[in-house]
Write a protein that binds this ligand. Structure first.
Ligand code: SIN
Length: 477
């Protein structure tokens, strides 16, 4: 079912070494995948560099047509992609199907957007001059992507890169390389030329990352992952050769429920946001701030909804919460919960690993959480909802902004003026009002503060792979 070699220059490339890809729900070994290192990363960059002139030289319409074919093949392979994501990443099949559609949407959207890489005509300050700016592809783009969205975080980067006329090298995570290899198979079938889309699988992220960040042939680097790793990669990219950067890093999303909110809408939104992918997304609500007048009612209804969530192997019917990616993730979540309880929080539900297996954690509601607790200050990346009580709008905003991160934020209110006011004051790249999930291919997705640089998706996402060149035509008479 799975291709297990790396995809470099249109060829399936073997290596002397292999690494195991393990199903986090069952611990079964799904495949042994080519374990690439610096040599293969260099080869992929060389292939991308060689393929660049012909790819950049195609018209946007020609590139768009190939992207459209890639999208159609992804749509046909939706079930296969979904199953691969559930098996290697653990997310429930319903969520994996949604990601297969979400991931393909980037390719569909940028197949069109390729045609809109517009420059500008600029009024000149001399009668003999004409000024214009044009857009050109940056060059070879490289990316490192995370395991929590094995497909969409690749297409979110690859589709605008290819649309802009860049060639592309991706290092998928060692936990979820199989989905990336299916994307490569489909790219090959779609007729995307050799060297334009390359997948370098490997367990040594540091070695491959160093080559991608330091190579003079790579002009753009994009990373989705933790802030700590993003800072190191970003520093290497700038120090080595001042590469263009996109960084989508950690979050600590506040979800604020005001007393005037519709309680059912707020509970539904909080469940959707907090428990998507078992809490393992950068935009999951990390902490729930609830106004004191409705704190108890919200806690009761929310806890009842959490108790009803079905935990298990994502391949089983009706499962809503799959495993965490590995045992280390379970340990970190348990540590944060223990710390909160030691400092006075109460587990209204859950609070411990789940009997479904070593990588499972029971969906948890913590009440009486205070802003000083680690669970409020650190990214949980697990199915734990800390409920913090607040009195006033100003206090909620102060707690929400008291973090070095600024990716997603959410607020629930029926007061439109408050929705505007609070949205403008939240230090976050994205604010969702009265809804817990909003991601799609057409919006500018990204963060402020230490949550990252640049935007992915939408028109802004194409800009990340384009250079602006100014032309002065002198002596026009
Ligand atoms: C992420 O967790 O990094 C991405 C989440 C999304 O695209 O909605």
């Amino acid at each position: 079912m799975f291709q297990t070699n790396a995809y470099i220059d249109g060829q399936w490339r073997e290596t002397g070494k292999r690494f195991a890809v393990v199903n986090p729900a069952t611990h079964d070994v799904l495949a042994e995948v080519a374990d690439c290192g610096a040599v293969e990363a260099e080869a992929a960059i060389a292939a991308a560099h060689a393929a660049l002139p012909a790819w950049a030289g195609k018209t946007a319409h020609q590139r768009g047509a190939l992207l459209r074919r890639w999208f159609e093949l992804m749509a046909d392979a939706r079930e296969r992609l979904a199953l691969a994501m559930t098996r290697e990443g653990g997310k429930p099949l319903s969520e994996a199907r949604a990601e297969a559609a979400y991931g393909a949407d980037f390719v569909d959207w940028y197949a069109e957007e390729a045609k809109r890489a517009y420059g500008r005509s600029i009024p000149a300050n001399a009668a003999s001059r004409r000024y214009v700016s044009i857009k050109q592809p940056i060059g070879v783009a490289a990316a490192i992507t995370p395991w929590n969205f094995p497909m969409a975080m690749i297409t979110r980067k690859a589709a605008p890169a290819l649309a802009a006329g860049c060639s592309f090298v991706v290092k998928p995570p060692s936990q979820t390389p199989l989905t990336a290899l299916i994307l490569a198979e489909l790219a090959q079938e779609a007729g995307i030329p050799p060297g334009v889309f390359n997948v370098v699988t490997g367990s040594d992220s540091a070695a491959i990352g160093q080559v991608l960040c330091e190579s003079d042939l790579v002009r753009k680097f994009s990373f989705t992952g933790s802030t700590a790793v993003g800072k190191k990669l970003g520093a290497a990219c700038v120090a080595s050769n001042v590469k263009r950067l996109s960084l989508e890093l950690g979050g600590n999303a506040p979800l604020i429920v005001f007393a005037d909110a519709d309680l059912d809408v707020a509970v539904r939104g909080a469940i959707a946001s907090k428990f998507r992918n078992a809490g393992q997304t950068c935009v999951c609500a990390n902490r729930l701030l609830v106004q004191e007048e409705i704190y108890d009612a919200f806690a009761e209804t929310f806890t009842a909804a959490v108790k009803a969530l079905k935990v298990g192997n994502g391949e089983e019917n009706g499962v809503e919460i799959g495993p965490l990616i590995d045992r280390k993730a379970v340990q970190k979540v348990a540590e944060l919960v223990d710390d909160a309880i030691a400092h006075g929080a109460k587990a209204a539900y859950g609070g411990a690993p789940h009997p479904a297996g070593a990588n499972f954690f029971t969906p948890t509601v913590l009440t009486d959480v205070t802003p000083a607790m680690r669970v409020n200050r650190e990214e949980i990346f697990g199915p734990v909802a800390p409920l913090i009580r607040f009195k006033t709008e100003d206090e909620a905003i102060a707690i929400a902004n008291d973090t070095p991160f600024g990716l997603a934020s959410y607020l629930f209110t029926s007061d439109i003026a408050r929705a505007w006011r609070v949205s403008e004051r939240l230090e976050a790249g994205m604010v969702s009002i009265n809804e817990g999930v909003y991601s799609n291919a057409f919006i500018p997705f990204g963060g402020v503060k230490q949550s990252g640089l640049g935007r992915e998706g939408g028109a802004e996402g194409l800009e990340e792979y384009l250079e602006t060149k100014f032309l002065n035509f002198g002596g026009v008479s």
